[in-house]
Ligand binder design. Structure first.
Ligand code: WT7
Length: 648
């Protein structure tokens, strides 16, 4: 391991931050030693309708497995994000919106306006027959109405399932089917980087082959494009809310009632519906948003993630709004119309806290410092990173060029499953080591285990597990408790298995080394290799496919697909291109393979298992060291793969 530059906490941050080094140590100690007292205190950050009497009731053991937090308390999370802010700061801006095209005027929506819009849509949903517990699928671009739709569901106790607007009709349809939504909320079109995304057309296509139970599709007019409306099923958002009252009593939800489902890829083909509940999730995202970002009311905060991912749920909408923050929503992309776009938006709104994925930073870094340094950025005080490991070079660029050496960087490690930040520096407490997510959040007990599931102490490398529950933890895979237990709690009994490998250094800092299951991380987005393989084999000419990750300068990992075509097929460049388009169409652009290698056969053991280790090595171009190939049924297969590795 090469030397890392440690950036100590500045005197100013140590002095002014909500949590300094001593406070961190003391609070962390207490969160583990007296969890009930600690969390009862933190739970006061939310308004409860009926207070809870029981705080933590959890076990990761097979015999008495359960995850329940604040279980007899009741609350409404939309009311916590809206109603309680009205009395003192109803006129404060809740959402700042910046359009894809800088020439389009932005929007400023106060808490009072957001409240009224949410209530109107909540009433409209009720009028469409949506009841407490029903699932509503949201397929919207990055517009304030996406937050309105989430909050409207939460207000009436409906469970939202957001599908990222970049997913294909096929992926959307599968997700609507899985949770049996009967209402879909979408827009005519989305806009990103100057291109339009045919959202309504995608919904129509999805509903041709899926989800016969969908009764209504609510369509937001965003670009104003003329889209076909199905009579009796489709309804204009404006018509749906017209005449609906601007008040809607919040449904009294139990702390453990579901709040949302969010699909994420795992090591098997079918995406899992990660289910989060109300009370624990609310406490977790509010607490982590405040402490990690040292958030003070009134500050302008921008998380550049899309609401289609968990980062958008927790840190564009629920965490910030629960804390009465001003949260910026950006419809566009970092490089449109040019590579200064992020920093122009920072200057336009006076952004103080900026949170983005390393992949975007690496792409911008490549374009040169000028795009950054020609902007002012003097309002920035804190930077955040999320979604994938940040390489020290990108970290230093972010710190020195973007942040002008003034702003601490919080490298937040967490997952869709964890609801919010798990391992992260706190800006006033943690000396920063570029590339390390550093130390655990309150209540989080990370540990490393070896291949046998034995805990390993001290400076070491192993599989990252969490040994006890935290309030923001997912509660189940929607409709499949058994899969939930099998996926996360059976590999290392008694522990939550993250799927990540990790190193802990002599100072107790954690360094995430990446996924150790069949999941790859492409531009901060999680892709299951099995999902891409399933899409490939749906093509008539594909007999078999195996997908692995490969190193990629910008995306972190790229997608490398080995494809065996059916006998007699000509493995042409045209077919290669066709297969790449095929996967884009089946899943969406984020799943586009970077390399397709035709393989007459895949390396398999005598029992027929594909040896992915070898495929990974070839994809990484680490071919000098393929390890033991003696157990292969036909070792000659490997020579062929090596000889025909395409240039990438
Ligand atoms: C996986 C979770 C975190 C919300 C967005 C992605 C990787 C995430 C970091 C980080 C290193 C990271 C892990 C994790 N990851 N943050 N700061 N450093 N790796 O959520 O799609 O559920 O993916 O992203 O591999 O397991 P997700």
């Amino acid at each position: 391991m090469s030397e890392v530059t440690v950036h100590p906490v500045s005197a100013e941050w140590a002095d002014k931050a909500l949590i300094g080094a001593e406070a961190y140590a003391e609070k962390y100690r207490r969160s583990l030693a007296e969890p009930d007292a600690f969390w009862a205190e933190e739970a006061k950050r939310l308004d409860w309708i009926k207070p809870f009497t029981r705080v933590k009731d959890t076990s990761f053991n097979v015999d008495d497995f359960r995850i329940r937090w604040f279980e007899d308390g009741t609350l409404n999370l939309a009311a916590n994000c809206l109603d309680r802010h009205l009395a003192d700061h109803g006129e404060r801006v809740a959402i700042l919106w910046e359009a894809d095209d800088p020439a389009t005027p932005g929007r400023r929506i106060t808490y009072r306006e957001l409240y009224a819009q949410t209530c109107r849509l909540a009433n409209a949903l009720k009028a469409q027959g949506v009841k407490r517990g029903d699932r509503v699928t949201i397929y919207l671009p990055m517009v304030p109405e996406a937050a309105v739709a989430m909050l409207a569901c939460a207000r009436i106790g409906a469970v939202h399932s957001i599908v990222f607007a970049g997913f294909s009709p096929e992926a959307l349809g599968g997700r609507i089917d899985d949770c049996a939504s009967d209402v879909v909320i979408t827009a005519d079109e989305g806009r990103r980087g100057g291109k339009t995304i045919p959202l309504k057309a995608n919904v129509d296509a999805a509903l041709e082959h899926h989800a016969p139970n969908v009764k209504s599709v609510i369509v937001l007019r965003h670009t104003g494009a003329d889209v076909p409306m199905v009579a009796g099923r489709d309804i204009d958002w404006a018509d749906a809310v017209a005449g609906q009252p601007g008040d809607c009593p919040p449904e009294e939800m139990n702390a453990e009632d579901p709040l949302f489902i969010l699909y994420t890829s795992g090591s098997t083909g079918k995406p899992k519906g990660v289910l989060h509940t109300t009370g624990g999730y609310g406490v977790w995202v509010s607490m982590t948003h405040e402490y990690t970002f040292d958030y003070r009311p009134g500050q302008i905060y921008w998380c550049a993630a899309d609401i289609g991912w968990v980062t958008g749920h927790s840190y564009v909408v629920y965490g910030p709004l629960a804390n009465g923050a001003t949260t910026l929503m950006f419809e566009g992309v970092p490089n449109f119309p040019d590579h200064s776009r992020f920093w122009q938006v920072v200057d336009k709104y006076g952004v103080e806290i900026f949170y983005a994925a390393p992949t975007a930073l690496r792409a911008l870094m490549r374009e040169g410092d000028d795009w950054v340094t020609r902007t002012d950025r003097s309002t920035l005080r804190l930077l955040g990173s999320v979604g994938e490991p940040i390489n020290p070079e990108a970290w230093e660029w972010y710190y020195n060029v973007v942040g002008g050496g003034r702003c601490p960087i919080v490298d937040t490690w967490w997952q869709t499953e964890t609801g919010g930040h798990m391992i992260t520096p706190l800006p006033g407490a943690t000396a920063l080591k570029p590339g390390s997510a550093s130390t655990p959040m309150f209540g989080v007990q990370p540990a490393l285990v070896d291949g046998e599931g034995q805990l390993i102490e001290g400076a070491a490398e192993g599989a990252l597990v969490i040994t006890d529950s935290w309030p923001g933890q997912m509660r189940t895979v929607y409709g499949d408790d058994e899969r939930f237990f099998q996926t996360y709690f059976s590999t290392f009994p008694g522990y939550y298995f993250t799927g990540d490998g990790c190193r802990r250094d002599e100072d107790g800092y954690y360094w995430i080394t990446g996924r150790i299951d069949d999941v790859i991380n492409v531009s901060g987005h999680r892709m299951g290799t099995a999902e891409i393989e399933s899409a490939l084999v749906l093509h008539d000419l594909v007999a078999e496919a195996a997908v692995v990750g490969m190193p990629h300068d910008i995306k972190g990992q790229g997608i490398y697909a080995y494809v065996t075509t059916i006998a007699g097929t000509e493995d042409s460049d045209d077919l290669r291109r066709e297969l790449i388009q095929w996967v884009r169409k089946e899943i969406g652009p984020i799943a586009t393979p970077d390399v397709v290698q035709f393989a007459p056969a895949l390396p398999k053991t005598r029992s027929g298992k594909i040896m992915r280790r070898i495929l990974r090595k070839i994809a990484e171009n680490d071919t000098g060291n393929l390890g033991d190939t003696s157990t292969l049924a036909d070792p000659g297969v490997v020579d062929d793969l090596l000889a025909n590795r395409p240039e990438s």
